[in-house]
Design a protein around this ligand. Structure first.
Ligand code: 9MR
Length: 375
């Protein structure tokens, strides 16, 4: 059935949009409803992008991105491992290209991420003294924050610093710099990126204990007289276990602290999870089995419909709090590009986003548009 909806959808497109099939061009994709237009007065709609290198050769994606999205996060290009792989040596090329692309298309860019315990370059793990680590920390933030100040809209200053119980995660930063490393990161970001919004970003912070930890961080930063503008709830959830009540409470509690609330890495996976828990702890992985990869030959219609309903419910909740929510970013453009095909089990076929592997809109896309239109 999902196949037939896809076929119907494509047929509608074909009839409605491609009547002059040989002249398929930018305007053809533009007859689709646009997410960013639909939610224009509510919040930004973002996507994550790994690289702009392939866009000139992928006409469909090149048309779709600026038409559907008005915000973007580089999925990997600004992570320390990629942009600063050797002490004091930076490779800005990928990140700069994405920044230029966003500027050219009027897309707001969120820098991701200055301080994260994961994806650190090997040299950082070899640092022994607190002084040397502080040197890396300061120089890294200064270089990136000042380079992109005025060119990007915001930074995820610190990413994923919390454990599930709300305590601070053990990391080289906590170990060597102590528990005010987060305040220090924001202080430096504020100094070197004075025109850029500064955010804390994490997964599962809608859950009560972890949320309490995030609230402690926000209050600690505020008490130090340092600027924090918002908080990103990543939103790596499963269609069968969306924590709606916790999400709603989080929006209320974070915005009561004066925070912009954002959903920064939204994807609703459809596959079974080996531990029955959501999140994005990338060090947790499990082995492949056919049983854990049930839709490798296609997404059954019932599952596509359930996903559409869950996206609809979620966007209705977002709209209820549109005054508190500034951005909703999907973690990728199409299903084939999603990190969830490789985590927590490698080589599976997942379908977490609004566009299928050919960049065609899925039932979930139309449901999201519907919620926006019927508000
Ligand atoms: O989607 C990203 C994937 O391509 C990378 O391999 C991975 C490791 O860097 O990071 C993924 O993005 C993560 C994001 O940066 C932070 N939150 C969790 C995301 C999913 O792991």
């Amino acid at each position: 059935m999902y196949q037939s909806i896809k076929i119907l959808g494509s047929l509608t497109l074909a009839l409605g949009l491609f009547s002059c099939s040989h002249t398929r061009n930018i305007s053809s994709e533009k007859n689709l409803p646009s997410l960013k237009q639909t939610f224009k007065s509510d919040f930004l709609i973002g996507t994550a992008l790994d690289s702009v290198q392939n866009l000139p050769t992928n006409e469909k994606e090149a048309q779709l991105i600026p038409y559907q999205f008005d915000a973007m996060t580089p999925e990997n290009a600004m992570k320390a491992e990629n942009i600063h792989p050797e002490w004091g040596r930076y490779y800005f090329d990928q990140a700069d290209k994405i920044v230029d692309y966003a500027q050219q298309h009027g897309i707001k860019l969120n820098g991701h991420t200055l301080i994260w315990h994961s994806q650190l370059p090997a040299f950082v793990h070899q640092i022994q003294s607190a002084d040397s680590l502080r040197m890396f920390f300061t120089e890294h933030i200064r270089t990136l924050a000042s380079r992109y100040n005025g060119k990007i809209d915001s930074w995820d200053v610190v990413n994923e610093a919390l454990n599930e119980d709300g305590t601070l995660r053990k990391s080289i930063f906590l170990d060597k710099l102590g528990d005010d490393f987060i305040v220090e990161a924001f202080r430096l970001a504020q100094q070197y990126a004075p025109d850029t919004k500064l955010y804390y970003n994490d997964y599962n912070i809608e859950q009560p204990q972890k949320r309490a930890g995030a609230i402690r961080i926000i209050k600690q930063i505020q008490a130090a007289g340092v600027r924090i503008d918002g908080v990103g709830i990543q939103g790596h959830w499963n269609i069968r276990s969306l924590p709606f009540d916790a999400i709603e409470k989080s929006i209320q509690e974070f915005s009561a602290l004066g925070m912009e609330v954002m959903f920064t890495e939204l994807d609703l996976g459809v596959l079974p999870n080996p531990w029955d828990s959501d999140g994005a702890e990338i060090s947790h992985t499990a082995g492949y089995s056919e049983k854990m990869d049930p839709y490798k030959n296609g997404l059954p219609d019932s599952v596509a419909q359930l996903q559409a309903q869950q996206y609809e419910k979620l966007f209705n909740l977002f709209l209820k709090y549109k005054d508190d929510i500034s951005r909703v970013t999907f973690w990728g453009v199409n299903d084939g590009q999603s990190w969830l095909n490789g985590w927590p089990i490698p080589d599976r076929t997942n379908y977490p986003l609004l566009f299928d592997r050919q960049f065609n809109p899925k039932p979930a896309f139309y449901k999201v548009i519907e919620t926006g239109k019927s508000k």
